[in-house]
Design a binder for this molecule. Structure first.
Ligand SMILES: C[S@@+](CC[C@H](N)C(=O)[O-])C[C@H]1O[C@@H](n2cnc3c(N)ncnc32)[C@H](O)[C@@H]1O
Length: 259
């Protein structure tokens, strides 16, 4: 049967790639790369660097797939979830077609996933959609193996030398959009924020919080700011705005810690 390896390659530094990931990469015949056609060429370049550095077995192929259209206009979480659902359906069809045409019956394909595949990444959800579809539209069966990677959250904690939870307490990982819409969660003293298109932390000033912020973690452009939120919120906004303008994109993650 065809096999697809979903390989977490870490969130930035090529040295985040684990020994298990290297072994998995060297077992793959075909790497499927989704070309997002956007400004994040740096991310595609980083993935290529990972392949160049770690794949020693010759003869692998790279198949580029064009990212299906995604509606990014919805203003609410409900609209956002439905637009993402449609987009996942189109991505599932794209992968089904690629696996059938590019892999032999016992071929091994691989997808390099940024950070860790278990965290805000749709690859495994899309493969569940494919499993539900069975062999509709000529889709071929395949098994999936997952290799964990160093997530941006792990990188953030390591760079600030912090533990994400207080002793015996929970922490929440959420998106900037959700935190803005839902407000601070009850009974949770620590919140990790990802996918924040704005500066959701600004809604939580005046409460004695501490922030640990990081952008482009693990890359030569890495930026770190930490301190009392009331004192550093303005600086984070400035640094973020300047970096985003200079590079054309930004990926940042932060921990908000209630007193
Ligand atoms: C689609 S999610 C993917 C997360 C990824 N699977 C992981 O394990 O980190 C993208 C978000 O992850 C965070 N992120 C990923 N890489 C990052 C990095 N190198 N530095 C800071 N944040 C990062 C940002 O919040 C970004 O908006």
């Amino acid at each position: 049967m065809r096999k697809i390896l979903v390989i977490g390659v870490g969130a930035g530094d090529p040295a985040y790639v684990t020994v298990q990931a290297v072994r998995a990469m060297n077992a793959a015949d075909v790497f499927f790369v989704v070309d997002k056609g956007d400004v994040k060429d740096d991310l595609v370049a980083l993935r290529k660097e990972v392949l160049d550095r770690h794949v020693t077995s010759p003869g692998y192929r790279v198949v580029e797939l064009a990212e299906p259209h995604r509606d990014r206009t919805p203003a609410t979480s409900a609209g956002y979830e439905s637009a993402v659902g449609d987009w996942h359906g189109r991505r599932a069809a794209m992968f089904a077609d690629a696996f059938a045409t590019e892999l032999g019956p016992d071929g091994v394909g691989a997808l390099l996933v940024w950070g860790d595949p278990s965290l805000y990444d749709s690859t495994l959800r899309i493969f569940d959609l494919l499993a539900d579809r069975g062999d509709a539209d000529g889709a071929v069966p395949f098994e999936v193996e997952v290799v964990p990677g160093v997530s941006s959250v792990a990188a953030l904690a390591a760079r600030h030398r912090i533990i994400l939870n207080r002793i015996g307490r929970p922490f929440l990982v959420t998106t900037g959009r959700r935190l803005r819409e839902d407000g601070w969660p009850d009974g949770v003293p620590d919140v990790v924020v990802m996918l924040d298109a704005g500066c959701a932390f600004e809604h939580f000033t005046g409460r004695g919080m501490t922030v640990y912020w990081g952008a482009y973690l693990g890359t030569p452009d890495e930026l770190l700011v930490a301190g009392p939120l009331d004192e550093v919120a303005g600086r984070i906004r400035e640094v973020r705005t300047e970096a985003r303008a200079r590079k054309g994109w930004i990926m940042d993650t932060y921990l908000l810690r209630a007193p």
